[in-house]
Design a protein around this ligand. Structure first.
Ligand SMILES: Nc1ncnc2c1ncn2[C@@H]1O[C@H](COP(=O)(O)OP(=O)(O)OP(=O)(O)O)[C@@H](O)[C@H]1O
Ligand SMILES: [Mg+2]
Length: 352
């Protein structure tokens, strides 16, 4: 894919030095009536015979960090580009801050960190960020102060004068984030901000994203780093093959919807084991022990307990399992593939 230039696409913004106060809710709830920062209604985007985005609808609320997830080719970047007004929907409607995507007022208040930001290598970080400041109408000491502030915010205060050709990938990513903040944006679109970074840089950028949320900004974050997403996002959607397959609060998606029961000394022939597999979501054998996973409902638990006791066994442990976003992601993408008949025939360890 061709490298994208960061989009600093607007004339001056109101208060380049100021940051918005931390008024955003910690987790926006659609029922609480928060203002919508992003609205996507039945968006379809086709490229010749490829349907990159296939009728998706989604709202993001002001002050949220929204994780826009999906495997390679799912349609994430395509969606982000329609939200930025860089490409046009084939069908459907997208709005940002209540106005159609691409609206000139809106462009002043948003920014974009592309998947692979591209900068002129001979320029320094200060020059690059300053250049974007000029595009937004900043000049003189206002611009210099803003640039210094942003370089410090992204941890580049000591490296502002160095040519970018001498920068590591992590440092370039920081430059990208600094330039994306030059217009004090209300809504930030980050496409893979932590890809290819070492663990320290990862953590720094993750912390910075949280800091930006605390400043009241809305962040639309596309990322394959699911552990980061789990830590920073309020809600996520999982896109696969152009359709949204899951959408919800991270906490709800990863909540322990399963119970793990460890049973010992159960007498069970193949027929009884098959019966157990039928009524649960996973069975593993470890010596004399059986590790059984089932839904966290009372009925499901009772069925397993009856089965264990029916075989003269003991229940050693019962615990609620906490799933990770990676589990949810895997299941969601796998389900989509099973529906469409292309799943790999390799079962996941520990899952029947
Ligand atoms: N300009 C284009 N012309 C033709 N097809 C395109 C174009 N841009 C994207 N596509 C196709 O649209 C689909 C979605 O691509 P998109 O880049 O939106 O995916 P993505 O979710 O961002 O993937 P990744 O995680 O790899 O960045 C893919 O099948 C891709 O090949
Ligand atoms: Mg992409």
């Amino acid at each position: 894919m061709a490298q994208d230039r960061p989009q600093a696409v607007a004339p001056p913004t109101t208060s380049p030095n100021g940051v918005r106060p931390a008024t955003a809710p910690p987790s926006a709830d659609p029922n609480a009536g928060y203002a919508k920062a992003i609205e996507i209604n039945h968006l379809v985007k086709k490229y010749k015979n490829v349907v990159a985005v296939n009728d998706i609808s989604l709202d993001v609320y002001e002050g949220e960090i929204f994780g826009f997830l999906g495997p390679n080719g799912a349609g994430k970047t395509t969606t982000i580009k329609t939200l930025l007004g860089l490409i046009f929907p084939t069908a459907g409607d997208v709005r940002v801050l209540g106005k159609p995507a691409g609206d000139i007022d809106v462009k002043q208040k948003i920014s974009y960190l592309p998947e692979s930001p591209y900068f002129y290598e001979h320029m320094s970080a200060r020059e690059v960020v300053g250049f974007y400041g000029s595009l937004f109408g900043l000049s003189g000491t206002t611009k210099a102060k803003r640039v210094d502030y942003l370089l410090e915010q992204v941890g580049l205060q000591g490296a502002g004068s160095k040519a970018l050709r001498d920068f590591s990938k992590g440092m370039l990513q920081r430059v990208g984030i600094a330039q994306s903040l030059i217009n004090d944006p209300k809504v930030l679109f980050f496409d893979e901000p932590t890809s290819g970074l070492d663990p320290v840089a990862h953590r720094d950028i993750r912390d910075l994203i949280l800091h930006l949320k605390n400043e009241g900004r809305t962040i639309f974050l596309s990322s394959h780093q699911l552990s980061d997403v789990e830590l920073v996002c309020d809600r996520v959607s999982i896109l696969n093959r152009g359709k949204i397959r899951r959408l919800g609060h991270v906490e709800d998606l990863i909540a322990g919807a399963h119970i793990e029961i460890v049973a010992d000394n159960v007498r069970a022939d193949d027929a009884r084991l098959a019966q157990l597999r039928e009524m649960t979501t996973g069975v593993e054998q470890a010596g004399n022990k059986l590790i059984i996973q089932t839904d966290a409902t009372t009925a499901a638990k009772n069925r397993v307990l009856d089965w264990v006791r029916g075989g003269g066994g003991d229940v050693l442990e019962m615990s609620q399992t906490r799933r990770t976003l990676e589990d949810i992601f895997y299941e969601t993408v796998h389900e989509g593939e099973v529906e469409e008949g292309t799943a790999m025939a390799i079962p996941r360890q520990g899952v029947k």
